[in-house]
Write a protein that binds this ligand. Structure first.
Ligand code: ZN
Length: 255
């Protein structure tokens, strides 16, 4: 007997569906072929485990109908037996699928930002929109980081790092004071083509933002990160990929 023939008949063999002569030929092959013997053992281990642990449910009528049409006419007596005998296998597949989807959910959840950050992102996007609508984008208009940085002195109890990133295509427009996250914060304003980018900066107080987070709110992108003891949040209608570039630049400059 060929290995491929044996593998094709293993299910039926395990289910006791082979006639005596066919079962004997298959068993003879198993005594000579360690690979097929291993396949047979794995199959029966899986089968025992499935029988022991799997939940059993009656197949819904629609599924029975579909299986019947796949397996052939309902008139052939074999289909019903095939459906019954293979039901544990379907159970194993379904429970594997369920496990996979639970794993996916866990992965998605572990990648999701905590609720506090979601709220913060909402607040930052609202502030960003307000700054554009009320034409209060800049308190200090200057492309010179050496002008913008000292402007914050005396207005805040910290000194935000200010970098002009025009060489990388993100010219600095200036800065302003804003009130978010229950405190006055420094905002650095950058430009990318026609897009304005507000970068909110405040000192990290520990425990916040272990790694960068990107979020989307009403068509605006927000990305937060930590560098040199400061929390940065960039908000813009610029696409997420280019906003991530700004994050990379800032991390490098403030690393
Ligand atoms: Zn074999």
């Amino acid at each position: 007997m060929e290995c491929t023939q044996v593998r094709a008949q293993l299910d039926a063999y395990d289910d006791g569906e082979l006639d005596a002569a066919a079962a004997k030929r298959l068993e003879e092959h198993l005594t000579e072929c360690p690979d097929c013997l291993q396949a047979e053992e794995q199959l029966s281990v899986l089968r025992r485990a499935a029988r022991k642990h799997a939940a059993y449910y009656p197949a819904p009528e629609a599924l029975r109908e579909r299986l019947a049409s796949i397996l052939g006419s309902r008139d052939r007596p074999h289909w019903r037996r095939a459906v019954t005998m293979r039901w544990w296998q379907l159970g194993a597949v379904l429970s594997a699928t369920a496990t996979a989807s639970v794993l996916c959910t866990l992965l998605v959840l572990s990648g999701a930002p905590p609720r506090g950050e979601e709220k913060l992102a909402d607040e930052l996007v609202a502030s960003h929109v307000r700054s554009l609508m009320q034409d209060h984008l800049l308190d200090v208009a200057s492309t010179d980081q050496h002008t913008v940085k000292p402007w914050f002195a005396g207005k805040l109890d910290y000194s935000p790092p200010v970098r002009d990133l025009s060489a990388a295509g993100f010219p600095l427009l200036g800065g302003r004071l804003d009130y978010v996250h229950d405190r006055p914060v420094a905002v650095l304003v950058y430009q990318r083509r026609q897009h304005r980018i507000n970068v909110y900066v405040w000192p990290e107080r520990g425990g916040a933002l272990p790694h960068s987070h990107a979020m989307t709110r009403n068509g605006y992108n927000a990305v937060g990160w930590v560098a040199s003891g400061m929390v940065f949040w960039a908000v813009s209608d610029l696409n997420a990929a280019e906003l991530a570039q700004l994050e990379d630049l800032s991390r490098r400059e403030n690393g």
